[in-house]
Design a protein around this ligand. Sequence first.
Ligand code: ZN
Ligand code: ZN
Length: 357
Amino acid sequence: MKERIEKLRERFAGAGVEALYITNPENRFYLSGFTGTAGSLLLSLNNNYLFTDFRYAEQAAQECPDYQVIVTSGECSEVLREYLTGEGITLLGLEGDYLTYNQFQILKERLDGVELKTVDGMVEELRARKDKGEIALIEEAVRLADEAFQEVLPHIRPGVCEREVALQLEYSMRRMGAEGAAFKTIVASGYRAALPHGVASSRIMAPGDLVILDFGAVYSGYHSDMTRTVVLGKPDKKQEEIYQLVLAAQVSAIEFLRAGVKAQDVDAAARSIIEQAGYGNQFGHSTGHGVGLSIHEKPRLSVKDQTVLEEGMVVTIEPGVYLPGWGGVRIEDTVVVQNGGCRVLTRTPKEELLSTA
Ligand code: ZN
Ligand code: ZN
């Protein structure tokens, strides 16, 4: 924790900011270990403060040995002024991406005389590169999703409702130790498989359907993210063909992925294969995204992202092809970037289009 705080301190001091006020829950957890749901951090050049209310006083004292815990009875901003004045701070960095307009107005009024500057992405950039402990937690979140998939696979059959499958996946992950689902589980069958984010609906699955299952687990705050596409019955030629195309694109990106390459070039490694087959317009989203304390975080493996990937970044690789009226295919693994290559954490096989009925 101390190392993270010092790295951040170097960064905000370098940006000319005298102190940083952290309100984003994931950033707060990353920098303090605090698991409560209400509180904020103030990091000055010399001190670390955690503001929270009576409900979390004891918990914060236990979880955050690197912080002076300040118990507040109302808005944190009331006492914030006192500490800023105490340290003679005149320029405070804020997370503009996470403050509401009203919260900002209140801060502006209460902190009259203190210049406020938004410094977005600073903590998120640190979070992009995971340490060994974080990778181990993501690995466990991946394992929970992999095992839940094995358990639920036999129940993905014609006559079953998409929501029932989503519920079983979530139940299975929770029973095995997950804190919860990483996001609203996607079960998109038949024509709905053409919806890249087809959250499970009341649709009853039918013979011949392609079914996209996109889900993940949360373990100790860290997320996993995987997608498999299955077919209910014997696949037809086109289903096989599109599946193998998406697989080739996914494998191509994984083979290209290593520390030192640009995010956009990983995207291109997958996208070029789908484009060459004539389905470029049917792959309208990014090839992947960082995953960690948030389900979507830096870097983005998109056409535009020029981030140079570093060892320890954890990303998803998830190309897809979606044909309105017909359905779609997506394959997604969670992967750790390493020097000279990468390590695929997701273990569920993907080499063949899985038939479940
Ligand atoms: Zn996903
Ligand atoms: Zn994803």
